[in-house]
Structure formats: structure tokens, C-alpha cells
Ligand binder design. Sequence first.
Ligand SMILES: *Cc1c(COP(=O)(O)O)cnc(C)c1O
Length: 462
Amino acid sequence: MMQYISTRGSAPTLTFDEAMLTGLARDGGLYVPAEIPTMTAEDIAALAGLPYEEVAFRVMRPYLGTSFTDDEFRGIIERAYAGFGHDARAPLKQLAPGHFLCELFHGPTLAFKDFAMQLIGQLFEFELKRRDSRVTIVGATSGDTGSAAIEAFRGLDAVDVFILFPHGRVSEVQRRQMTAPSEDNVHALALDGHFDDCQARVKDMFNDFEFRDGVKLAGVNSINWARVLAQVVYYFTSAVALGAPHRKVSFTVPTGNFGDIFAGYIAKRMGLPIDRLVVATNQNDILHRCLSTSEYMVDGVIPSISPSMDIQVSSNFERALFDAYGRDGTAVAQLMDELKAGGFKVSQGALQALRENFDSGRCSEEETLATITRTLKHSAELLCPHSAVGVHVAEAHMGSSPMVTLATAHPAKFPDAVEKATGVRPGLPPRMADLYERSERVTRVENDLLAIETLIKDRIHL
Ligand SMILES: *Cc1c(COP(=O)(O)O)cnc(C)c1O
């Protein structure tokens, strides 16, 4: 029986589908599997040469318990990845001797969030139809998450999706990806304010229980366990392609909310021979500072050219802390209370446990641009600024195992930074070249909770 428990120790234990539809636990914690399933070296060796979808099935299946049958889950996976522009889904490219790039940007919105969001869209649709139910998904975005969510849920019957983004503060590609879809269950809302305002209004809606229950609010932010799980798969496909289980492989991951790298840690716990997992941060380096000094201190976001990693509080780090503290939910709850007052210090024992699994490094703005310039010159590869942060940090952590850096977005999603570094303005892939010509559909909203709630109640198809 596969069960999910909260990192803060006091919320009810749930099944996979319940944890997926719930998102955040009622005690404020994050759901994690009560036990991590493992794969033997033989199981891992047998993944060699299989299609991505089949590896996805074998890696994720044990986490689902009885929530879906094998056939149901195979169908969900097929539909989730059918819209990708590359048959390998997560292809590897060599950058230098021993250094590889795993390209995670061939999904419909050109960023790695498609891997998780496309799967979660299909999982939600299937489960809600079975329950003869609907939900209203509300999310805040600084760009990538919102477009990935809209792309994943557009046209589905059981879901309305509302995405709040800061008016005038997302890139043109990101905005158009949110405003171009014409399906009437999609609602892009441009809020007069900053990303923090968007996030605060979403939080307010979840705390307004009458509204929350009335519209059946659901969240798909990066703390949803199903999103983490979907990201475990490409660690397996990459490592197996480079010689696992017979050879160890290391990964460097451009990190913000710690979801992507935490998936790598889960892969390792499952038995994948991962040597090092390297957290790469931009100038917003709270995670690098914490792993270096044990102090997790919030001190404000400085906007960077890798905006999807500009974070103050890295939400999924709580899951790593839970394990580092020996799965003591009370200890984690206490740290999170201290965080509300500005920060906390990780205990010596927990820090040691974290360092057994994670290395870290930081990349400045100048280093990001220099890495984009250098990588084009030496490897004929155009990197997005997030992937460049990863490549820079990976180069400082090369060891005896092959290194895989996760390339988290397509360069065309961040054309200004790439052009500044290389003089080359990256073009969109041909399959979405018409994005700039498509008409846009967006509603301007004031930064006012009641106005937003009223609009949502008017629009939904409950
Ligand atoms: C979201 C995002 C990241 C950070 O991933 P986390 O799982 O939040 O650590 C990095 N790069 C890009 C392009 C992203 O969209």
C-alpha cells in the first residue's frame, strides 16, 4: 500500500491520487512517500534503449499504488508526451569530454516544467472524470509555470485554469504562450502589480475557505508530489544512456524551488547510481549559502537574467530537510516557523546529511553571459541563461563520473540575454514559429482579492 505523509508530521496520510489533488498538506507541509520504492541494478539495466514513455511507466508505477491501473497509466503517459517536439523527449548532447547536456526544452512551452505539467494535466483529467468532479486551478507565475499550466490544461473538460501574471513584467514569449490559447477553460489574468502580489492573491484565495470550497480550488505549484515524480524519469534515461547501472553519473541542476534537483535525489534513493547532485544557483544564492554555511537566511530577491530561479524561499527544500532531520516532522515544523521570522540554522547532523547528497555553486550575471558566449564558441550550443548557470557550476564540479547538466529552457524563451551574450537572436522552433502572429486573449485585473474572486466565480463552468 503506497502512502503519502506530510513533512510536518500531523496531516492525514493520503493515497497518490488524494495527495495529487490536495497539493499542500493541511498542516502546511508537503507530501512525500512514506517509503521510497527501489529498483535493482537489473531493473535499471533493463531500461537501456527503451522509449521515454516506457521508462516513465516503469519508474513511476510503484508510486501510484492502486490509484490507476497499468493500462490507464500507460494511456496517461502517452497523451502527456505526445505533444513534444523530439522523439527522445529528453535528448542528451555532448558539450565537452565527460560533460553532457540533457535538453528538457522540447515540450510545448519550451521549458522543463512541461514534463511535469503535461503529466499532471492528464492525471487530473482522468481522476476528476472518474470522480465525476471538476476543479478550478489557480496559479501565480513569473512566466514559465503559468504557460506550462495553461498548455497542459487547455481544452480539458474537468478543469478551469486561471493564471495570474504581473502585467508588463513577463517576457513577450511567455506572455504570448499564456494569451494565445483560445480554449474557453483557459483564463490569463494580467494583474496590476508584481509577481509577489500575484502570489499573495493566490494564497489569499486558498485561505478564503468559503471561496475555496465553493469553486473547488486546486493548486499545481511545484510542491505537488506528482510534479516531482514526473521529473525523476529523465535522471534515469540520462544515466542509463551514459552507462548506469555499471557506471556512476553526476548531475548539475539550475535550481530555484528545489523541485527538479529533489527529483534527482529521489532517483538516487531509488537505486540509480548518482555520484554527485550539484545545486546551481544564480545571484539569488540562498541555497548555496545554506549548504555552505548552514544558515538559511531570507534577504530579498535581486532580479536576474535567469528569472525562473529568482527565489526567496525554496519551497521543495523542505522535503530535503525532512529526510536530513531523520523524517522528524516536528523538527521541520519548527524550522518553518523560524523561517517566518527570517531564517533558520540547519543542525550539524542535518547539514552533514544534506552534504552527503548535495554539492552547490553560484553563478553571477557576468559569469552567466560569459558561459553563453563561451559555450557557443567551444561547443556550438546556444544556452538559455538558466542552463548557462548550470553549465558554469558544473564545470567547477567535474570529477571522474560523467556530468549531466540539465538544460531547463530553450534559448528562444530568453532571446534578449542570449543575443546580448552572442549577437545571435535565437528563433522559435518551426512548430511554434507563428506564436508572434497569433491573437491574444487576456483580462486585466486590479490587485484586489474580491474583484478577482468575483471574476473567477462568473467564469467557471462548475
Ligand atoms: C522553474 C525553472 C527552474 C528552477 O527549477 P526548480 O524546480 O524550481 O528548482 C530552472 N530553470 C527554468 C527555465 C525554470 O523554468
